[in-house]
Design a protein around this ligand. Structure first.
Ligand SMILES: NC(=O)c1ccc[n+]([C@@H]2O[C@H](COP(=O)([O-])OP(=O)(O)OC[C@H]3O[C@@H](n4cnc5c(N)ncnc54)[C@H](OP(=O)(O)O)[C@@H]3O)[C@@H](O)[C@H]2O)c1
Length: 90
């Protein structure tokens, strides 16, 4: 089965956390997960599938190699970053 590289922009927030829990509950085939937020949360650790991952500040490079990007950092951030993700080959 194909596994996907997933990015979540807004991973530290209430909606982003729910997205993570839904991916876990569904046992979604995740290869790599990138947890993105603002500089404020950079380095914070979040749990996914029993492992700890460091939150990265969002940047164009953070979307490189990503198959699916989920946005939950507010409408203006989606407008800003979704085209960047597409440019990076999403
Ligand atoms: N919560 C709800 O029940 C609900 C329901 C319907 C719609 N919504 C909408 O869904 C969106 C997210 O809501 P939420 O409740 O999850 O909000 P939240 O808990 O405040 O989380 C916001 C997320 O966006 C990130 N973020 C904020 N500014 C950013 C920036 N400049 N660059 C990168 N990341 C940034 C935050 O990162 P940091 O940790 O770095 O601050 C955090 O991960 C909002 O538009 C809200 O109106 C929410």
């Amino acid at each position: 089965m194909k596994h996907y590289n997933i990015a979540i922009l807004g991973a530290t927030g209430a909606v982003g956390q729910t997205m993570l829990r839904v991916l876990e509950e569904r046992n979604f085939p995740v290869d790599e997960i990138r947890l993105l937020a603002s500089e404020r949360s950079a380095g914070k650790e979040l749990e996914f599938m029993g492992l700890k991952y460091k939150v990265q500040p969002v940047s164009p490079e953070a979307f490189e190699g990503v198959d699916i990007a989920l946005f939950s950092a507010g409408g203006s951030r989606s407008k800003q970053w979704a085209p960047v993700a597409v440019e990076k080959g999403l």
